[in-house]
Design a protein around this ligand. Structure first.
Ligand SMILES: [Mn+2]
Length: 579
């Protein structure tokens, strides 16, 4: 079967992390533009989460589209199955099934009804059972389930006289090659009634006449011979059908048997999968099957493809470039099952591993957009003013307009370079970006704690740190209680050792940290409590990545060393099915 055309075959998605922030979206757009500028085709900017007010403001400012949304990139049955499959009707003959199997080199032929519903399957081994003689059952060997019309078609014969041509019945073949006397005795011994007998006979007037007198169902005259007019008249008068086969008697006998309808050899037990099922989920089932392939059936029960054992070994077509992250916990769902071709990032190294060597650029600068701007500049390529503006926005957003602690000299140099190309003043753009709406005012608490949320793994524990940037802490204090409840909900839902929310004041460059989780862990936090035991004052802390995560990690390491580590709620799901 020819491989199915895959619509995404030549596409590589450039995609940021879950719960995308401005840098994630902007770097995806910028890197896709960089690839295009280099003359590399097929790179498409993508995202795996919703936009927010800040991202909307930036995209509108530079008239860029929101990247394509991908919820899950895990390869599906539909990506690897053979579509456009040949199938056969349940009332087809073995000759027709065999011809399809032969012509299309099929190992498993689906049998479908008029609505494309799968009735069963046919394979060469199933058909073989019908044709390989079992001498202990001679009666069975003579049996043909067919109609005279099918027999004429299978033999490419000439119908000289047909009665009830389309009636499907159980017939028994006899070759009339022996004495007229003994000829019928065997049929009587095997209890085969005349009305179900098909007599294959050559140029033997005596047997032809005798068979007609007995009232057989049909005479099949072999060797392409005609039949005498008086015999034909006799047959017509007796209601016996007469067919002229172009083949000799032995070949005709075999040919008649291929006119048997397939209904007895249809294998009714077959595996079927939905086209949207993940390959990872069907892999074990399909390798354990004895059949060479499974049917792919849609919601209406109609056949849409066939997935064979060899299909699941085909290389997966989906390719990803990860920007602004390198940890699988933050990547789009299913990323572990597809090919990652490049990673461009400015975060700590996580636990990702790949099957092939890849281009991996990791640089401790303020934003991923900084790295991409640097790539443009080093290769002597000039981004369009809009893309330069997009990179400025990612850079400004991640570095708090060069005020954040992750800011490097390189960020400042490239922001100036981009500003020139975009024709945009960076201070003005920063004001537009940071005034583009308070996340706390614009969203319900459940969305606030998830708007920029990342899961980490350390010392075998999963935890999450979310961040919101605000102008002042006023909005936060007004909604602190419901936000704390939502954070508790997030911790329970994601089964985390703890969940934290870093609320950063862009004006003063200070943060508050709200924590829900293990009490022993919360007691370890050495910053001053502001309220209760869960809100801490973090003066001068604005970077989750560079300041907060290393601090939280050091606490977890201390606790592990003391043997007081909080109990991990559940192992990370991605860790167990690593290839
Ligand atoms: Mn970033």
């Amino acid at each position: 079967m020819p491989p199915a055309a895959n619509p995404a075959a030549n596409i590589t998605y450039v995609i940021g992390h879950k719960n995308p922030d401005a840098d994630s979206i902007c770097s995806a757009l910028a890197y896709a533009a960089f690839k295009e500028a280099r003359g590399e085709t097929g790179y498409v900017a993508a995202r795996c989460g919703n936009s927010n007010a800040r991202i909307d403001t930036i995209l509108a400012r530079f008239q860029q589209p929101l990247p394509v949304y991908l919820s899950d990139v895990a390869p599906r049955v539909r990506d690897l199955m053979a579509a456009h499959v040949v199938s056969v009707a349940p009332n087809a003959t073995c000759a027709e099934a065999l011809e399809l199997i032969d012509r299309h080199d099929i190992r498993l032929l689906p049998v479908t009804d008029a609505d494309r519903h799968v009735v069963g399957t046919i394979s060469l081994p199933h058909l073989g059972g019908l044709f390989i003689p079992r001498l202990s059952e001679p009666r069975h060997l003579r049996q043909v389930n067919s109609s005279l019309a099918y027999i004429v078609r299978a033999l490419k014969a000439t119908a000289l006289h047909l009665i009830d041509a389309d009636r499907i019945d159980e017939y028994f073949i006899r070759v009339g090659a022996m004495d007229v006397g003994t000829f019928w005795k065997i049929s009587e011994r095997e209890n085969i009634p005349a009305g179900q007998s098909l007599i294959i006979v050559g140029d033997r007037r005596d047997i032809q006449a005798r068979a007609i007198t007995l009232g057989v169902r049909a005479l099949i005259i072999t060797g392409g011979l005609g039949v005498d007019d008086d015999i034909l008249r006799l047959a017509t008068h007796a209601g016996v059908s007469v067919i002229s086969s172009p083949w000799d008697s032995a070949t005709t006998a075999l040919g008649v048997r291929t006119a048997t309808t397939i209904d007895r050899v249809i294998e009714k037990q077959f595996a079927s999968f939905h086209p949207d099922a993940r390959i990872a989920d069907v892999r074990r089932k399909i390798s354990a099957m004895s059949a060479p392939a499974a049917m792919v059936v849609d919601d209406d029960g109609a056949l849409v493809g066939v997935l064979s054992k060899s299909d699941i070994l085909k290389p997966v077509q989906t390719r990803l470039v990860l920007v602004d992250h390198n940890e699988m916990t933050q990547a789009v769902s299913g990323a572990e099952d597809v090919t990652i071709t490049e990673i461009i990032d400015h975060h700590r190294l996580g636990s990702l591993n790949t099957a092939q060597p890849i281009l991996f650029i990791n640089e401790p600068v303020g934003s991923t957009c900084t790295i991409i701007a640097d790539l443009f500049r080093r290769e002597g390529l000039q981004p369009s003013p809009a893309i330069a503006g997009i990179m400025m926005a990612g850079l400004i957003s991640d570095t708090l307009h060069l005020h954040g602690p992750t800011t490097t000299r390189k960020d400042a140099i490239l922001l100036a370079w981009l500003s020139e190309i975009a024709g945009v003043n960076s201070k003005q753009l920063a004001d537009e970006i940071f005034n583009s709406g308070s996340v706390i005012l614009a969203n319900p608490p459940e969305k606030i704690v998830r708007s920029d949320f990342k899961i980490y793994e350390e010392e075998g524990l999963r935890f999450a740190v979310s961040q919101v940037e605000e102008l002042g802490f006023g909005n936060f204090w007004q909604h602190a209680k419901p936000i704390a409840d939502a954070l508790q909900g997030l911790r329970d839902e994601e089964r985390l050792a703890f969940a934290a929310l870093l609320v950063t004041d862009i004006n003063t460059q200070n943060s508050l940290l709200l924590v829900k989780g293990d009490a022993g862990f919360i007691q370890r936090i050495s910053y001053a409590h502001v309220e209760q035991d869960e809100i801490f004052d973090l003066p001068g802390i604005v970077s989750r990545k560079k300041q907060l995560i290393p601090y939280l990690t050091s606490l977890l390491k201390e606790m592990a060393a003391d043997g007081t580590a909080p109990s991990g709620r559940t192992p990370a799901p991605f860790a167990k099915n690593r290839k």
